[in-house]
Ligand binder design. Sequence first.
Ligand SMILES: Nc1ncnc2c1ncn2[C@@H]1O[C@H](COP(=O)(O)OP(=O)(O)O)[C@@H](O)[C@H]1O
Ligand SMILES: [Mg+2]
Length: 268
Amino acid sequence: MSLQVRDLRWGHPQPGGGWRQLFDGFQLACPTGQFVVVIGSNGCGKSTLLNLIAGSLRAGGGSVQLDGRDLVGWPDYRRARVIGRVMQNPLDGTAPSLTIAENLRLAECRRSSVFGRRGLLGGLHPSRADRQRYRALLQELGLPLADRLDTAVGQLSGGQRQTISLVMATLGKPSLLLLDEHTAALDPRAEATVMELTERLVRRLGTTTLMVTHSLEQALRYGDRLVMLQDGLLIGDWSAAERQQFTPTSLRALYGSATVGAGSSTSP
Ligand SMILES: Nc1ncnc2c1ncn2[C@@H]1O[C@H](COP(=O)(O)OP(=O)(O)O)[C@@H](O)[C@H]1O
Ligand SMILES: [Mg+2]
């Protein structure tokens, strides 16, 4: 589904007193299936933007729409049905004492209407049919974890946990996928594996995706569009073709500068 963020407002009290209005009429529009990479220096508002879109932070004004439906006011469990998320910490996305199959079942229940108001109908225990589906899915994605459905997720490496988090976040085809530096805690090899899976899942599902990354190499390699945030403002907006003008070094040099974008913040 398409994402429209309109006139978003959010601020926070500052440690020394006073108020900082970080987002003051922020706009972003992404057509269905667009894979947007979000970069910007520390504290510029990347995670806050994702939290406002996901509803884990309440906006002071404005709207977040998926295909024209306004999510503002939706409770968390309802947003979780349409939004998949993966966070930076591999410990955040999964339940360590549950097995891979149980985690996948949990994710599926969260996405469907049986979870939320009425609880987990049918329990957490994956049925034989569930297990067969999960194994087939993991095999199809080329993941050796397909043979470890009964392994507790707490026994997996960080990279393997992020792999499972990513599969969980995309189970049941969410309308929007939000990735917040989901490879930042991984070693280079695991990072490459998780990024390759990310790309494959996004393309296969056609899910509109916002991926925050600290890695300028990733920013120049993945996605259809690259946007740069600074102090709650979109200061750069490039298509995949336009970003070819950059190297990681020239891109980093733009951090801290004024508006540098070629495109406008509201056009796809
Ligand atoms: N819940 C909050 N309360 C107060 N300040 C916050 C809160 N969340 C984020 N901030 C502040 O908002 C700014 C943006 O933070 P964040 O979105 O986490 O940045 P980043 O771009 O590094 O992800 C920072 O200055 C941070 O201190
Ligand atoms: Mg952040």
